[in-house]
Design a protein. Structure first.
Length: 211
């Protein structure tokens, strides 16, 4: 499996059988790191929830224009909104042989905001992306973990991950951290997780890693 991060929570997950783009949000779009025109194949587009850092309409439209028959996998509430865009892509809210969709409660937001509907996905039996959820029941061997946010600290994130014991953690949801702060926190997280038998692999934006 090859995983490429395009800022924050946007990941391109590739196996020999399928390619999946997850959470095309505004931070990722503004980075201009993902060259959509260079993608030769895309089997699924996953949008876990409606927040702009995970769902940016211009980003989704651009991907849908290049791949008009690629299914968009999302939650029921957002599916209704995406249908209003009048794009050709079929919309999925359930699972199939390649992607297992599960309900995952968005962590309670700050500032008195209501939590939106949120899904997580298991991909190819190897990888889990929970959207903005920390407290999920199960993870595949590789877990994309929201590492910092107004709704949680890195301490809470790591404790939640240890409870379900993935073999590998890919940190996501880290846009607020500048490079120096991120480096220091990730070094500490890696050291701690080694004592728990969990490997921590930091992804550089737009640089694929084979796992």
């Amino acid at each position: 499996m090859k995983i490429t991060k395009y800022v924050h929570s946007c990941l391109l997950v590739e196996t020999p059988e399928l390619i999946v783009l997850i959470d095309p949000g505004n931070y990722s779009w503004d980075s201009h790191l993902l060259a959509i025109d260079k993608l030769e194949k895309l089997d699924y587009i996953v949008v876990t929830h409606e927040h702009a850092d995970h769902y940016h309409e211009p980003f989704l439209r651009a991907v849908a224009q290049k791949f008009p028959y690629t299914p968009i996998v999302t939650n029921n509430d957002l599916a209704d909104e995406i249908k209003k865009l009048e794009i050709k892509n079929p919309i999925m809210t359930g699972s199939d042989d390649n992607i297992q969709v599960f309900e995952a409660a968005h962590e309670p937001p700050s500032w008195g905001l209501q939590a939106p509907s949120n899904i997580g996905v298991h991909i190819a039996g190897q990888f889990t992306h929970p959207g903005d959820a920390l407290h999920i029941q199960h993870s595949r061997d590789i877990l994309a973990l929201p590492i910092t946010a107004p709704f949680a600290s890195i301490k809470e994130a790591l404790e939640a991950a240890i409870a379900i014991k993935p073999k590998v953690i890919i940190p996501i949801h880290d846009w607020p951290w500048h490079k120096q702060a991120k480096g220091e926190y990730y070094a500490k997280a890696k050291k701690y997780l080694q004592t728990q038998g969990v490997e921590f692999i930091e992804l550089e934006n737009a640089v694929p890693v084979a796992i």
